[in-house]
Design a protein around this ligand. Structure first.
Ligand SMILES: Cc1ncc(COP(=O)(O)O)c(C=O)c1O
Ligand SMILES: [Zn+2]
Length: 430
């Protein structure tokens, strides 16, 4: 038998385009036909979700991870290979100021910026890095708009693997670059945009046998499914009407579609929440394809203040399209100024997030205004990254000349160390 046709044991990979099957015993890159690998393993026919309450309250280190707790939905890996911080267990927030700004009374935010390296990427990375270790990889690699590189660098360091990260030169936030440097990854700055870095890392992973940790890798998506599974657990398995998330490379959109389908197949939920994917106006290839009824898709040059979603050729386009179709989802765009205002409002509510995350909140407002989300519907908006991921954008919003016309601008003042000077600047508050 052709070894490429072997099933590879309890789990295997299937090309999403030509359906070729190959074993999951190495870095899961693209199929020879250019299609992306789907990960296949047996799901239980039904699951009694009360096991998750017991695990959450227990002491087992794997159960304490908001990823591995839901291991019925994860590929079977030996517990000895697992690299975990642990991740997940992220909180839900409500804020009346955000409900009134968006016009959505039942708005809940799930803050994935509370993960170990400050973004949702850790959920996929614990699974994919564990697989890399299980198959004996030595060097792992990714292209990144910043957060993936921070997460790869941290998990590789914990797993004793060497990480090489490919970054678009000058186009990622200093905080994210600082994380990758500090965790000890080898940093390769590519003269070009994210899409160029992505092309290069794909070629390099094949030629140089690097284990690829981008979201082409379905082990990443398996881990990212747990955002939705943990969310539903927090909501006592009562699906919201909508889950709203930012879209860049579209890995999360694809993972959310899988999670929703699998929660339904295993009998945990009876009804599917609808997905709403929000793109930045200047980086909106998925939105344009959606507007054509998915008749056309073409990569576009991408520009937006939300550097994490500055992506013009999303790798998971086809997978994400399936997720939108299967959940009766929608795709919307918001301008950079709307993203910045949404971020300022999330920050001012005491919650805080990075710019790309705020696209989801700006998107809720746009969808309510468009009459697509009804004001009484229940909505969960995903915050994908922590406020500290991008302090430069905070400074620019509050201190640049444009700040004059921004209602939430908050400019620091400097005083001589005297009470008289202090009285002068605090006269309106004290
Ligand atoms: C903070 C943040 N939000 C959103 C995204 C977009 O996620 P996806 O590429 O899964 O669409 C990213 C991806 O880098 C990110 O870092
Ligand atoms: Zn194929």
């Amino acid at each position: 038998m052709d070894p490429d046709m072997a099933t590879g044991g309890p789990m295997h990979l299937v090309c999403d385009t030509c359906r070729r099957i190959w074993p999951a015993d190495r870095s899961p890159g693209r199929c020879v036909c250019g299609g992306l690998p789907e990960l296949v393993f047996a799901l239980p026919e039904s699951i009694d979700p009360t096991i998750y309450d017991r695990r959450r309250d227990g002491l087992d280190p794997l159960d304490r991870s908001g990823v591995w707790r839901y291991r019925e939905f994860l590929p079977p890996l030996s517990p000895g290979a697992v690299v975990t911080r642990p991740e997940g267990n992220t909180n839900l927030y409500t804020a009346s100021a955000l409900s009134s700004w968006t016009g959505c009374e039942r708005l809940v935010l799930k803050h994935e910026g509370e993960n170990p390296t400050g973004s949702f990427k850790d959920r996929g990375m614990t699974v994919a890095t564990s697989h890399a270790r299980a198959v004996g990889a030595r060097v792992v690699a990714c292209a990144s708009t910043g957060n993936t590189s921070a997460s790869v660098a941290a998990y590789a360091a914990m797993a004793g693997l060497l990480a090489v990260v490919f970054l678009p030169e000058g186009k990622i936030s200093a905080a994210k670059l600082g994380q990758a440097i500090a965790y000890g990854a080898r940093i390769v700055q590519v003269r070009g945009d994210f899409d160029a870095a992505m092309r290069l890392v794909e070629e390099a992973s094949q030629e140089l046998e690097l284990y690829l940790l981008n979201s082409i890798n379905p082990f990443r998506l398996a881990g990212q499914k747990t955002i939705v599974i943990e969310l539903l657990h927090q909501l006592r398995w009562e699906p919201p009407d909508w889950i709203v998330l930012p879209g860049g490379n579209l890995g999360n959109t694809a993972a959310f579609g899988l999670a929703i389908a699998e929660l339904q197949v295993t009998g945990i939920i009876a009804r599917r929440p609808r997905l709403a994917v929000i793109q930045a106006e200047g980086a909106a290839p998925f939105y344009h394809a959606y507007r054509s009824g998915f008749a056309r898709f073409s990569p576009e040059p991408a520009e937006t203040v939300a550097s994490a979603i500055r992506i013009g050729n999303p790798v998971s386009y086809h997978r994400a399209r399936r997720a939108i179709e299967q959940t009766e989802g929608v795709v919307e765009i918001v301008s950079d100024e709307e993203i910045l205002e949404a971020k300022a409002r999330v920050d001012r509510a005491g919650i805080g997030c990075e710019p790309a995350s705020a696209a989801s909140v700006a998107g809720v407002r746009a969808l309510v205004r468009a009459g697509i989300i009804a004001p009484g519907q229940s909505v969960v908006a995903l915050l994908t990254g922590h406020l500290l991921k991008d302090p430069d954008t905070v400074m620019d919003y509050h201190l640049s000349p444009d700040a004059e016309r921004r209602p939430l601008a908050n400019r620091p003042v400097t005083v001589e160390p005297t009470l008289a000077a202090l009285r002068g600047v605090l006269s309106d508050v004290a």
